[in-house]
Design a protein around this ligand. Structure first.
Ligand SMILES: Cc1ncc(C[n+]2csc(CCOP(=O)(O)OP(=O)(O)O)c2C)c(N)n1
Length: 333
């Protein structure tokens, strides 16, 4: 089946949900970046342009499967079903935040959704995912783990050790490489000699595939295949999703290392716009539905900002809460 065809196993509602959720990530991020000067934790890593990866990949797993994320975690959080009000409050550093305002943008997690956390350490998600996948296998839970990471992380030793062990132990883990072409200001062409980073999988005896990361259906189908195989005991897969980050590395990045032409070229390949056209052509949605979705999304985001602003600041006396489970466990007194 070509990726132009919409998967028959998905209902119109599910297909429309892909669109709704990609748009929610986009509008959420645009709203934060607009407000970034006023937000307590202004260092936000925007995911704009990469939405199809989080949505396509997370749609392929079950609710009780796991994900690990990166420093660019809002998209993964939303895709895994996290609540945007608590996400927004977290970014505002407020008590109503998912981590009670203590983690900020880079550390969002929602254990109730098995979203095991964004992470400020590049490449730290895969070893965590490895442990979770090993636990799932040893407990016979049948759950799989998606671990998201970037092209910069693809050169980190932690990733390679994780891929090697995942193959040897045949673990139910999918390595989702978000190749947005830059590790901060370093072009992937400068950092890596190979064209497709999925080739790395061969060195470990793993399946590796490179796909268009801006095609949400392609991401969904490829992840689904890999997940089905992993659940049957077939071990891990590395999926390289080629994409592009539209905004700077962070909201504080002057972004001088990329040409305007390059950015404009990639904006023409907008994953949300491309998918919208596909849905219209397939008569899954029409202009009226689109308008309604757009209005609802903006209203949802505005509500989250309103609630975040109203939420109280964390009380300084509680700063150590949730850090130590029990000091006696740690040998303290
Ligand atoms: C171990 C480590 N090294 C360096 C950094 C600084 N740093 C933060 S983000 C980043 C770029 C990461 O690039 P990539 O893995 O491609 O992810 P992307 O930001 O493109 O999503 C770097 C080098 C860090 N946070 N952790």
């Amino acid at each position: 089946m070509s990726s132009d065809e919409l998967p028959k196993e998905l209902s119109s509602e599910e297909l429309i949900n892909f669109y709704k959720k990609m748009l929610l990530i986009r509008e959420f991020e645009l709203r934060i970046t607009k407000d970034s000067g006023k937000i307590k934790s202004p260092l936000v890593h925007p995911y704009t342009g990469e939405e199809a990866i989080a949505i396509g990949a997370c749609a392929a797993i079950d609710e009780d499967d796991y994900i690990t994320s990166t420093h660019r975690g809002h998209g993964h959080f939303i895709a895994k079903g996290g609540d945007i009000n608590s996400l927004m409050a977290e970014i505002y550093g407020k008590e109503g935040g998912i981590c009670k305002g203590r983690g900020g943008s880079m550390h969002v997690a929602d254990f109730s959704k098995n979203m095991l956390g964004a992470n400020g350490i590049v490449g730290a998600g895969p070893p965590l995912a490895l442990g979770v996948a090993l636990a799932s296998k040893m407990r016979n839970e049948g759950k799989v783990v998606l671990t998201f990471f970037g092209d910069g992380a693809a050169n980190q030793g932690m990733l390679h050790e994780s891929m090697n062990l995942a193959v040897i132990w045949k673990l139910p883990i999918i390595f989702v490489l978000e190749n947005n072409m830059y590790g901060w200001s370093t072009s992937v062409k400068y950092a890596t000699a190979i064209k497709d980073l999925s080739l790395r999988a061969q060195g470990y005896g793993m399946r590796g595939i490179t796909i268009d990361g801006n095609d949400v259906i392609k991401v969904y189908k490829t992840t689904k295949e890999a997940i089905d195989l992993a659940r049957k005991g077939g071990g891990p897969t590395l999926i390289e999703c080629k994409t592009y980050r539209w905004q700077g590395q962070t909201t504080m990045d002057a972004d001088k290392y990329r040409s305007t032409e390059e950015k404009e070229e990639w904006k023409k390949k907008c994953p949300i716009e491309a998918y919208k056209i596909k849905l219209i052509k397939s008569e899954v949605i029409d202009r009226t539905i689109i308008q309604k979705i757009e209005e609802d999304t903006l209203a949802q985001v505005e509500l989250s900002v309103k609630l975040a602003k109203k939420s109280p600041k964390p009380n300084a006396t509680t700063v150590l809460d949730d850090i130590y489970k029990n000091p006696i466990d740690l040998g303290g007194n």
